[in-house]
Design a protein around this ligand. Structure first.
Ligand code: DLL
Length: 433
């Protein structure tokens, strides 16, 4: 089933004509309404009149996290604050969070996009869907929630944090669909198995995203729960979940090109490359009013396939991600930059700037160990001092990155000190295929 056939099945010509029209309008809006963009465009000698269609996209400047940081929180808003109705945010590097601000219409379009994704996964208004993404500043919970309500499904807004309760509600309310991170769904499946409840589950479908996952994980969850699992992609800056999803043929994730204009660039040079070659995904929001973004560098590495899909949709497909062009990690669904860990450590007396983050997956749970070199004196002092320091580091990291890490204190020079680019992360999970 297709939610919005008129849009999802346009011919390539129709898609590009619409994109061109919307791009011209969007560039004109940001130029006149957002001083930061106007200055950025003026700096490279570009005026709205120079952009006649998508063929001129490459003339426009990129938007990066640094731009969001400089203009935090509302410097890129293209409407007065009174027209904004919501903000969401996710972690930045060491600076400010990445904030997205929405008008009422932005929320409606976002909901439409999520509804399309849900319909693509076979979810209908007759379904009972549990939303197991976090509600709050993270876009997952409210994004999935509004999309499901727009579809007319019955929504159970579970959020995260209490798996036993989620499992009880799943059985009692006879949930037929679930939206949560893939690693969490595997954890839910194990809980159901351990509580011997698997035969009472009525689930048919799962919509998983917010972190990379593999076909192997898909097979595992499909077999354990007897469901079909779909991949949903999105990022806070663009709106949240619902930028793209895979259909039943699982040959890439259809991106809603009437709202998000994708391109692929070489992350090293910034040059546009053939979209069938792997590079960084760059997205321009074509209809966003609150905080429109021009050529936003997602840092996600992928390719784009514009050939028609067997499902009948004509919207291009981005392939499963090959990695990121920066060092962001997603641990238990939480975005973490090593630089956040580094600056948190620097605030603690007794630690040195030498650290290593070891990320692993035990069963289906991500683990994070932070190994930190500390000053000599702690090792000659009493064990109790080491414990105090370790607890302090743990608490500081928890507040900086929102995750509980295991702390391992290391004597000076106990970690490898490289002369070149120091490696601060060992990720033993194999999440990108
Ligand atoms: O993770 C939005 C979201 C919520 C997507 C719920 C899907 C479901 P952020 O916290 O801003 O937003 O993180 C965005 O997460 O740039 C990717 O690196 C990664 N990511 C998101 N979805 C996927 C996916 C939400 N399906 C960053 N596969 C993105 C791989 C994903 N990576």
């Amino acid at each position: 089933m297709i939610w919005n056939e008129a849009k999802e099945c346009m011919s390539r010509d129709e898609i590009e004509t619409l994109q061109s029209k919307r791009l011209v309008k969007q560039v004109d809006r940001v130029y006149h309404n957002v001083e930061y963009y106007r200055k950025k465009m003026q700096a490279i000698g570009i005026e709205p009149g120079d952009i006649k269609g998508i063929e001129d996209l490459g003339k426009l400047p990129f938007t990066t996290y640094e731009d969001l940081n400089k203009t935090y929180p509302f410097g890129l808003a293209a409407v007065p604050k009174s027209e904004l109705v919501r903000v969401h945010a996710s972690s930045g590097t060491t600076g400010k969070p990445k904030v997205a601000a929405y008008t009422r219409k932005d929320i409606d379009i976002w909901s439409e996009c999520v509804t399309r994704c849900m319909t693509m996964a076979g979810i209908t208004r007759d379904d009972i869907i549990q939303v197991g993404y976090g509600y709050g500043l993270f876009t997952g919970g409210l994004g999935a929630h509004y999309g499901a309500e727009n579809l007319g499904a019955l929504v159970i807004p579970m959020s995260t944090g209490n798996t036993d309760k989620l499992v009880n509600m799943m059985i009692d309310c006879e949930a037929t669909a679930i939206a949560c991170t893939p690693s969490y769904l595997l954890h839910v499946a194990e809980t159901l198995r351990d509580r011997k409840l698997l035969d009472q589950v009525k689930l048919k479908v799962a919509l998983c995203g917010a972190e990379p996952w593999t076909d192997n994980m898909r097979r595992q969850m499909e077999e354990m729960l007897n469901i079909k699992a779909f991949d949903i992609y999105g990022l806070t800056e663009i709106c949240g979940p619902g930028v793209a999803t895979d259909c039943e043929y699982h040959k890439g994730l259809h991106i809603w090109e009437d709202h998000f204009l994708p391109e692929i660039i070489d992350p090293a040079t910034g040059n546009q490359i053939d979209s069938t070659e792997c590079g960084e995904l760059v997205i321009t929001t074509l209809t966003k009013e609150g905080m429109p973004l021009i050529r936003y560098r997602t840092k996600d590495l992928t390719t784009i396939d514009k050939t028609p899909c067997e499902c009948g949709r004509t919207m291009a497909r981005i392939q499963r991600f090959k990695g990121r062009s920066d060092d962001m990690l997603i641990i238990r669904g939480v975005n973490v930059f090593p630089s956040q860990v580094e600056s948190a450590l620097l605030t603690i007396d007794g630690t040195t700037p030498h650290y290593m983050m070891v990320v692993d997956r035990k069963g289906n749970d991500d683990t994070l160990e932070v190994q930190v070199e500390v000053e000599e004196r702690f090792f000659s002092d009493e064990i109790k001092d080491l414990e105090v320091l370790s607890n302090k580091i743990k608490a500081t990291l928890k507040s900086a990155i929102g995750l509980n890490a295991k702390i391992k204190l290391v004597e000076p020079n106990g970690l490898v000190h490289s002369e070149g680019k120091t490696k601060h992360v060992t990720d033993n999970r194999k999440l990108y295929e």
